[in-house]
Design a protein around this ligand. Structure first.
Ligand code: NAD
Ligand code: DAU
Length: 339
């Protein structure tokens, strides 16, 4: 089988490539990634050195390139991770989110229509459902929850989901969509909460917590997300949406304090800053359908997973220091200066 993995130099896509290399050793894996600020080729070094994957630098919006790749490889499966993924950046510069997340997805699906495919899988997010109140722990997002987006990022992801469903209904393209909660684990770009807190705490820098820190996210280890995608890709039903999550809700403040405790750093580093505009209060995924249909279960409990993740950042300082010593510093200064 030949699989096109887009966005494979980013956080979840790279973890998926490592997961698939082990899980399906006989598959040909091709990674297409534009290497934006969030893409990091060094993440894939071990796979590239041993020719275990093919890597192509380019954009999913580049129709000529995408068609050329489909012609050359005749893919069986496409898993689309490529996206602009950071909510804060979508608030300062929405346009690239529309270009990559919507148009890019459409170009990939046009190629699937033209060249044929067993399955196009769209990696979506729980953010398409909007948010839930903090005082109603009984409410969870199911696949039937209406789409109700808050940020330009989530609106672009929801638009892509609608296009994927339209291509299924109108053109009978074999598609599946997964909507996962917040991931954590190795190779997470340090603009996101967990790696940002770990890297800054290790440097004894202040730790920006938006608003009161009471917002809730539902955390799942990236490996469990990858395992679910692999199953859905092979066993999912055409046209279906599957929620993925681990029933693991934490306030942001709980996350920050857990990290500080493990690193032996003081809570005085915490600095409450101006809230994110339109900040979603709470995400909570109901993964019952995915569990029931595939017998999938999260395997990494949060207490273990977060310890392993913090240890990974301690053992791989070169990986994140190379990032934060580059353009990232300018990004951080700009993004946080008004807060
Ligand atoms: P990321 O920002 O770490 O990685 C995105 C990757 O896509 C990067 O390697 C980047 O270079 C690449 N890319 C960007 N634009 C591209 C383009 N035009 N063509 C080709 N490649 C391009 O993102 P992530 O956190 O790994 O998220 C991957 C996917 O999973 C996204 O679609 C995101 O919406 C979704 N998702 C993320 C989470 C999460 O918690 N991180 C949860 C649920 C869903
Ligand atoms: O739920 C899935 C989504 O999770 C994915 O679709 C997105 O691609 C991914 O980025 C993530 O979105 P969030 O906005 O939840 O993640 P982020 O790490 O940016 O923020 C997590 C929470 O922490 C959120 O409530 C905002 C808060 N936060 C974030 C940063 C970067 C802070 O308090 N301070 C910060 O500096």
């Amino acid at each position: 089988m030949k699989v096109l993995v887009t966005g494979g130099a980013g956080f979840i896509g790279s973890n998926f490539l490592y997961y698939m290399r082990k899980r399906r050793p006989d598959y040909k894996l091709v990674c297409l990634d534009a290497l934006t600020y969030a893409g990091n080729l060094s993440t894939l070094d071990p796979l590239l050195k041993n020719n275990e994957i093919d890597f192509v630098k380019g954009s999913i919006s580049d129709r000529d390139l995408v068609y050329k790749l489909f012609e050359e490889y005749k893919f069986d499966y496409v898993v689309n991770f490529a996206a602009e993924s950071h909510v804060d950046r979508s608030i300062t510069n929405p346009e690239i989110f529309l270009q990559t997340n919507i148009i890019g997805t459409q170009v990939l699906m046009d190629a699937c229509r033209k060249y044929g495919i067993k399955r196009f899988h769209q990696v979506s997010t729980d953010e398409v459902y909007g948010d839930l109140p903090l005082d109603r722990p009984d409410l969870l997002f199911t696949e039937e929850t209406p789409i109700n987006t808050s940020s330009p990022y989530s609106a672009s992801k929801a638009s892509a989901d609608l296009m994927v469903q339209a291509y299924n209904r109108t053109f009978k393209l074999p598609v599946t969509i997964s909507r996962c909660s917040n991931n954590y684990g190795p190779y997470h770009f340090p603009e996101k909460l967990i790696p940002l807190i770990i890297s800054r705490a290790l440097n004894d820098q202040d730790l920006p917590v938006y608003g009161t820190g009471e917002n809730v996210r539902d955390w799942l280890h990236v490996k469990d997300h990858c395992a679910a995608i692999d199953i859905i890709l092979h066993e999912g039903k055409d046209g279906e949406v599957y929620n993925i999550g681990g029933n693991n809700e934490k306030t942001n403040l709980e996350i920050v304090k857990t990290i500080l405790k493990q690193l032996g750093k003081p809570e005085s580093l915490i600095k409450f800053v101006t809230d994110r505009a339109g900040h979603d209060l709470r995400y909570a995924i109901d993964p019952a359908k995915t569990i029931k249909e595939f017998n999938w279960q999260p395997t990494i409990m949060f207490d273990d997973g977060i310890k392993q993740t913090i240890q990974w950042y301690l053992d791989n300082k070169e990986w994140w220091k190379n990032i934060i010593n580059g353009e990232y510093q300018t990004y951080y200064d700009e993004m946080y200066k008004e807060r």
